[in-house]
Design a protein around this ligand. Sequence first.
Ligand code: NDP
Length: 449
Amino acid sequence: MKKLKSILETIHKKNPGENEFIQAVSEVFETISPLLNDDDAWLDQRIPERMAEPERVISFKVTWVNDQNQVQVNRGFRVQMNSALGPYKGGLRFHPSTNLSILKFLAFEQTFKNSLTGLPLGAGKGGADFDPKGKSENEVMRFCQAWMQEAYKYLGHFIDIPAGDIGVGEREIGYLFGAYKKITNRFEGVLTGKGLDYGGSFLRPEATGYGLVHFAQNMLESINEALEDKVCLVSGAGNVSQFAIEKLLEEGAKVVAFSDSSGFIHDKEGLDEEKLAFLKNLKNIKREGIEGYAKKYKSAKFHKGSNKSIWEIDADCAFPCATQNEVDEKHIEAMIKNKLILLAEGANMPLTQKAIDAIQASKILYGPGKAANAGGVAISGLEMTQNRMGRQWSKLEMEQELRIMMRNIHTHCIDSIRQYDLKEGDYLTGANIYGFKKVGKAMIAQGVV
Ligand code: NDP
């Protein structure tokens, strides 16, 4: 579509050097022509341009003192992307590579993901270029307090509700929450992913990984397949990966590989409950690299360096759960050769555009992150509801809710595929169209604001 091409060119010019952001916007806009062709209002109202422009971008200085009494200077951010469906909602990333391009891509993706959950959630993303690795407990606490000292002005349980992402887990959320409470004198559900004793929800830590596996099950069911006995690769070894592995094992799959920033592990015999507990202890308590796993288990080999060639291992299903652009077109070629059946994204935008083009042209079932990893934000949405009600629902209730929400997201994708006569199994276009349409309709209804 000519008009869309020129819109993308303008967005490109307006956001120089923001490669990840441009990549995420292009990925969505290049798929939605079937919807835009249906009604002139989308372009007359300039919905694509309005969606690609954050409502507000906050960038701020975070100064704190390390254990050696040296002053440290970091950069903090919050991107408030879109509030058409509800208050801004999306995670915080603490990683040295964090910059505006990455956070804008994540916030943009979040718009469609949150729309797919069916919950009243707008979209945002934030964080800092702070590296929690190698920092003492007190340093992490002081950094979180310093971040919140500025960010609290822009947050609130009906305004903007951050959660975790890379480098931000329950520990960091606890320190951020404590700082918000101290500064504002308000005990409110301003963050999700809190500890169970102070407003957290059952199943929030598990939700992204478990939800990913539920989504994959739905995809496999649609081709009369199941996860049982499938050989699986899971990249990363953090929150999403650990719980994806846990659920895969519960469903009878065989997980033979995982990774972190130091390299990857190939365990030919596969993980079991005990090995997973060892991995969790290594990453969450000792906060060490995964090499220790291969020292403990003889069936495992550690491959030092990039985690990338994990994708060359022969398998049935692949779950990239580490970071953006971790899978390129050469990896997809290897997967095609190995007759991989399914790839579902736990991470946000783990495939490069060329990898997406290659997988879309192949027979591999491809579950895009904005649908497949939406379980985390969906349960976060329910944590917000519980906080507003002053209640805590049981683990069983949350498990049922997660299964239902992931099934509904799958159904939304399939409905769009049918309605717009898309290629069978084109979850990417289905998810993009569903997410865009709902947010766009709400924007039009709310006028030019
Ligand atoms: P964590 O920080 O818990 O874990 C990230 C994992 O990925 C770590 O094992 C890390 O290794 C590894 N990793 C990071 N960068 C690289 C890299 N360049 N190469 C290899 N491994 C790498 O983060 P999460 O599990 O929360 O997030 C993982 C992904 O899932 C991200 O893309 C995030 O945006 C996405 N996501 C997360 C959600 C959530 O609820 N947490 C929700 C939806 C999506 P190391 O330990 O060595 O640093």
